[in-house]
Design a protein around this ligand. Structure first.
Ligand code: ZN
Length: 71
């Protein structure tokens, strides 16, 4: 089961993989913006997206498989 808030982190991460410079509001406090770092795996199979809120410090990491899309 995916909570509403988790869903919003997933949406945020998806936007940030498409445009890492996009300004995405924090799903947790909805005040701060997420600072993003992406890390491509050496074999190119997937990307880790690290997100951290500048306001409340909420952080999350999502991993995307490049070959299989975001699902
Ligand atoms: Zn926040």
């Amino acid at each position: 089961m995916v909570s509403h808030k988790s869903q919003r982190w997933i949406v945020a991460a998806k936007r940030l993989t498409e445009d890492p410079k996009d300004r995405v509001k924090c799903p947790s406090c909805e005040t701060g913006y997420l600072e993003t770092t992406t890390a491509d795996f050496p074999d190119g199979s997937h990307t880790d997206v690290y997100m951290k809120c500048s306001e409340c410090g909420s952080a999350n990491v999502l991993t995307y498989m490049k070959d299989q899309g975001a699902e």
